[in-house]
Ligand binder design. Structure first.
Ligand SMILES: N[C@@H](CCC(=O)N[C@@H](CS)C(=O)NCC(=O)O)C(=O)O
Length: 264
């Protein structure tokens, strides 16, 4: 868990009450140091410095770094300057940890990422996790702030997800070796190739969209851009080439790659 140190100055040395307040504030007390500035016998005005560790956020994200869907959530967190507020729990996906009963209790879909809140709620699906992150942290909105923007972002995000990211994913799992024979227990090469074709059409569609707008859902960067960017990263990994004539798409990808949330 990410912790941040703080030091508080309290007048009036009532340590029992401080411990109660610490409990209420969800902080851990490390030490208390008291100073008597006035001689004993005079009106007591003692001071206590109390060193605390504040639990910044008890949010956990179960994921695999550098995988396409986890990338979406990590980009959203970075866009909101909130990465340090989350504890990342690595899932040993290549050895099938995501298919164990313990993980299926968190996400019956056997997939990462999964967000765990401090009350024990598990949230899967990147769109749901990013919606939560977007409303929980300050900064430019990734999901829109009015009815029209929210609807347009939602629509374009879904298009990027189904026609690029998920289509590439199906191509990868069915038409290539995917994650290897231990995990790819059912493969349908023809279906995979068909989804690869769908992904190529999706890329051409977004190239047209980006001829007229700076970002996928309009003038501002949004969750729709995050999904498409992760889709292109997955396409590169799965060796689906982005045709160089899709100049708008290539320029947009270079532009997004320069954002601090990607470039670091
Ligand atoms: N629609 C899900 C997709 C999640 C997903 O497919 N994650 C991949 C990693 S990028 C996974 O866990 N795959 C497990 C597997 O293929 O067995 C989301 O938005 O989170």
């Amino acid at each position: 868990m990410k912790l941040s140190a703080s030091r508080l100055l309290f007048t009036s040395r009532v340590e029992d009450s401080l411990f109660l307040q610490a409990l209420y504030l969800n902080v851990d007390i490390l030490s208390i140091k008291s100073y008597n500035y006035l001689p004993v016998g005079s009106l007591r005005t003692d001071y206590s410095f109390i060193n605390i560790f504040k639990r910044d956020s008890p949010m956990k994200i179960y994921d695999v770094e550098n995988f396409p869907n986890p990338l979406r959530v990590r980009m959203a967190l970075a866009e909101k300057n909130a990465t340090a507020n989350v504890e990342f729990v690595p899932v040993d996906l290549m050895n099938g940890e995501h298919r164990t009963d313990a993980f299926l209790a968190k996400n019956p879909q056997a997939a990462v990422p999964v967000l765990e809140l401090d009350d024990g709620t598990y949230i899967s699906e990147c769109t749901a996790i990013i919606e939560y992150i977007d409303t929980q942290f300050a900064g430019d909105s990734l999901t829109g702030t009015n009815a029209k923007d929210r609807a347009v972002i939602n629509m374009m995000q879904k298009r990027a997800e189904s026609t690029v990211l998920d289509a590439v994913g199906t191509y990868f799992h069915h038409a290539t070796d995917g994650l290897g024979p231990a995990l790819e227990t059912y493969q349908n090469k023809e279906w995979g190739e068909k989804q690869g074709e769908k992904a190529r059409q999706g890329l051409a569609y977004f190239n047209n969209v980006l001829a007229n707008s700076k970002f996928v859902a309009g003038d501002t960067f949004s969750n729709a851009d995050i999904t498409l960017f992760a889709g292109l990263a997955f396409a590169g990994f799965a060796q689906i080439e982005i045709p160089s004539e899709l100049t708008n798409l290539v320029a947009w990808q270079e532009n997004v790659a320069q954002r601090p949330s990607v470039a670091g």
